[in-house]
Write a protein that binds this ligand. Sequence first.
Ligand code: FES
Length: 154
Amino acid sequence: MNVETQKVISFIEKHDNQKNALISILQDIQAEFNYLPKEALQSVSKTLELPLIHIIGVATFYRSFSLEPRGEHQATVCMGTACHVRGGPKILEEFERRLEVESGCTTEDGQFTLETVACLGCCAIGPVVVIDDDYHAQTSIRKVESIIKKYRKN
Ligand code: FES
């Protein structure tokens, strides 16, 4: 059994091998690997005796789970109406240009995953960009470079 499988088994055991703890187990796996590796889901399926298709269904239903490897940092640009009218699309373009990646994708160096969201619920401080858990208020095209710099490893 490799180290990754051992980790997955330990997450399942932490939740007493309970089928109804599936979401918590997936959260643990996501936190450990930054995504849900297929082999990990297969281990969960086997150990909990749940069909893999069911687990994948749960994993794809919740936005916080990813079946693809994610970047070290999650960059989310708000495209809700309030942020949109204040320049959200231009800010997204600037992120795409500087990170050389399209929205929904991860940079080649694995540092950033760029995504959009419909509304973050803090429209008054828009346009808003969130990197990991940090909210960047009243963002502009000019601020994009310094925001990226703050997180990027050279
Ligand atoms: S529209 Fe961006 S926070 Fe609501």
